[in-house]
Design a binder for this molecule. Structure first.
Ligand code: AMP
Length: 428
């Protein structure tokens, strides 16, 4: 029978690795709380129309990367390829604007894109991000950029390549777009097939094509930042001043446009050299037209999205993976069926009392069980054989100090409470 494997572009997270994922998630949730964001959890599939309208028909995601299927009622559904459109849908659906003020939401969960899998690019991947809805103040942009930068800094990644650009708004972008098409059209035979097909529909995307021939052509074209309207220019200038004040070093990258149609004004990406071709750790953008595009009242918005897998790759390359202690408080070595069965209820009780207790479930020899206790890095080991059981005792060994003593079985819970209160050993 052929081996059954996880689908292409997906992966399993094994328990040791899962601890790192949990650490990252905990830090993300902590920093989101510190910056005043509340969790908004949306379904992992939505009606396809949401992404067609929200992300844009001419984007790679909508054109060729969505996992779409038809439900029994013949409606087209899509596994969410990103988080922003769903947050905006929920914001409109629950009339969150009605509560007044600025809405600050975060999400954390799996996204799905049918891309060609490679290092740092999966078909199911984990993303987290924030969205601020209801304010067009550049302080929002500065706050979100700082949040992203500070998150990576707290994990020890200090040398961030922060790329920043403004791609204008519906006021100033059409003129730039027309200029771009007029400049690029005569050179179209030098452009790659992808760029040629985008030239009329989404010419801005040509600016970030990685093909060297296309780059040769696009490096000569006028910069969007030179054609911004006064409002976009002011917004960008204030943002740069704010970032300077906060102490964030950035690189102005006039070729940064990002893959979604909905962005206006600020776009931003943090790159990490260790990632190779898939070098973006996170991306952000302002999307002042998206809420209206999805059927809500015109509401400005700004957000960022970050990938967890790429972050782990960078942390791993730099030896910065979070150290996760998961040592059992107690490993119980039980000898013989009688002891195994008699102690089983106590194991459960100790766990209910909050102790991490491991025990052997294979009926192995004492030597094998002690080896397992060592491997698991247990802080204490308890041994109960038939003799101990008859005497109502347990032998407790402090693994690091090598000390051993025999205590009444009935005192075990109190012993653990006292031991972990009075020693410096971190409890979990
Ligand atoms: P995007 O939503 O395309 O702006 O991506 C935001 C971040 O999500 C990227 O910077 C990556 O860290 C991550 N990401 C996007 N697509 C993938 C993918 N296919 N596999 C893994 N991570 C991804």
């Amino acid at each position: 029978m052929p081996k059954l494997l996880a689908p292409k572009g997906t992966y399993d997270i094994l328990p040791e690795r899962a601890k790192c994922f949990r650490k990252i998630e905990a830090l993300a949730r902590q920093i989101f709380a510190e910056y005043g964001y509340g969790e908004l959890s949306t379904p992992i599939f939505e009606y396809t129309e949401l992404f067609q309208r929200g992300i844009g028909e001419t984007t790679d995601i909508v054109e060729k990367e969505m996992f779409s299927f038809t439900d029994r009622g013949e409606r087209s559904l899509t596994l969410r390829p990103e988080g922003t459109a769903s947050i905006v849908r929920a914001y409109i659906e629950h009339n969150l604007a009605g509560s007044g003020g600025v809405g600050k939401y975060y999400y954390y969960g799996p996204m799905f894109r049918c891309e060609a899998p490679q290092a740092g690019r999966y078909r199911q991947f984990l993303q987290f991000g924030v969205e601020t809805l209801g304010s067009s103040d550049p302080r929002v942009d500065a706050e979100i950029i700082s949040l992203a930068v500070n998150f990576y800094r707290r994990l020890g990644i200090a040398d961030l390549d922060v790329n920043l650009n403004s791609i204008g708004c519906p006021e100033c972008r059409p003129a730039y777009r027309a200029k771009l098409i007029a400049t690029l059209q005569p050179a179209s035979e030098k452009l790659c097939r992808n760029c040629n097909s985008r030239l009329e529909r989404n010419p801005l995307r040509l600016l970030d094509c990685k093909n060297p021939h296309c780059q040769e052509v696009t490096k000569k074209i006028p910069l969007i930042t030179e054609t911004l309207c006064p409002d976009c220019r002011d917004h960008f200038e204030v943002l740069l001043t704010l970032l300077d004040g906060i102490g964030i070093t950035y690189r102005l990258n006039p070729h940064l446009v990002r893959g979604f149609d909905y962005y206006t004004k600020t776009v931003f990406e943090i790159l990490a050299g260790d990632l190779g071709a898939q070098n973006a750790l996170c991306g952000v953008g302002r999307y002042d037209g998206l809420v209206a595009e999805c059927g809500g009242k015109p509401t400005p918005g700004m957000g960022f999205a970050a990938g967890v897998e790429r972050l782990l790759m960078v942390l791993e390359a730099r030896n910065l993976l979070p150290q996760v202690k998961g040592s059992p408080h107690l490993y119980l070595a039980l000898l013989g069926e009688k002891a195994q069965q008699a102690i089983c209820p106590q194991v459960i009780r100790l766990r209910e009392a909050g102790f991490l207790v491991e025990t052997d479930l294979l009926g192995r020899s004492l030597k094998a069980q002690m080896k397992a206790a060592n491997k698991a890095n247990a802080i204490l080991t308890g041994v109960v054989g038939e003799d101990e059981l008859t005497a109502g005792k347990i032998i407790i060994r402090q693994m690091e100090a090598g000390q051993q003593e025999s205590i009444p079985l009935t005192d075990l819970e109190q012993y653990l409470k006292d031991f972990f209160r009075t020693t410096n050993i971190s409890e979990k």
